[in-house]
Design a protein around this ligand. Sequence first.
Ligand code: PBG
Length: 338
Amino acid sequence: MSAATNFRLDLTRRPRRMRRTASLRALAQETDLHPHNLIQPVFVIDGDGAPEPIESMPGISRMTIPQLIEEARALLGLGIPAIALFPKLDASLKSDDGREALNPDTLVLRAIRALKAELPEMAVITDLALDPYTTHGHDGLYDVSCGDLANDATVEVLAEMAVLAAEAGVDLVAPSDMMDGRVGAIREALDGNGFDKTGIMAYSAKFASAFYGPFRDAVGSAGSAGTHHLDKRTYQLNPGNRREALMEAALDEAEGADILMVKPAGPYLDIIREVREETELPLAAYQVSGEYAQIMAAAERGWLDLERCRDESLLAIRRAGADMILTYFAKDFALGSR
Ligand code: PBG
């Protein structure tokens, strides 16, 4: 069949006109993705050993504090304004009640101090949750009497962790535990201790997702619990629930969150869009470890194009309405977009 034919449709609208050349496509592009939209999550370890590659997250390694400083310097140079710190503790420091989290010299606090001393302009974010510190790998204090996490007692610990992180110089604390009332309690504790400039990035709609598996290897919360499939359904959201996600976002906003977050990102684009339409606050989305791992694994097999799938997955999260994205691809994207 030949392209030269006399057949002509009588069309007023030919949307393909605006897709004809790269320049026209660029002019009509509605959503952009820049390194300054991205936050790089990083895993921190103690000591002075070599970086430890994480098997289920190719390209990502746990780093010591000196390595972290160099990495942060490189990220800033690439235009990435923020990092989110996740400590991986030695098993000997974990306990039932996660008391190491309140050690004023614990690993993550030393990492914050070192970063803020060397690179004060970099925004530093830390998770508030007990999972790196507990032997059972849960995000809070486990109450054996009811076989569940003790909500209010956990919130009390999180608020103390927030004050310690603020003292160390953190820019934003990010409660990732999903206890009720924690954002308000953390705000009050911060303000009560003179840290009214320390912000709260609330994991507002954090779903009980199987996509967190590789992260649990990275921080060792799966190892300590003996399973990837740690059941967090009594506190994280049911993946089938959108109204409940909107309610959580509204509560965090009312309690004083500075940034709301939806997590995971890719499988929850509808939630990102709906939260975007309900709030004037900045909105973050977390492209989690399993979302990263599935693209990496398929690319390693030659089944997907790594760069294009990476960029498309991130652009889709922006299009859904996220201002900023926590993603393990942050550095890689920034390197590719120079
Ligand atoms: C723990 C926490 C998790 C993640 C961030 N903070 C895992 C979990 O809830 O078990 C997941 C991040 C990822 O998968 O990349 N409070």
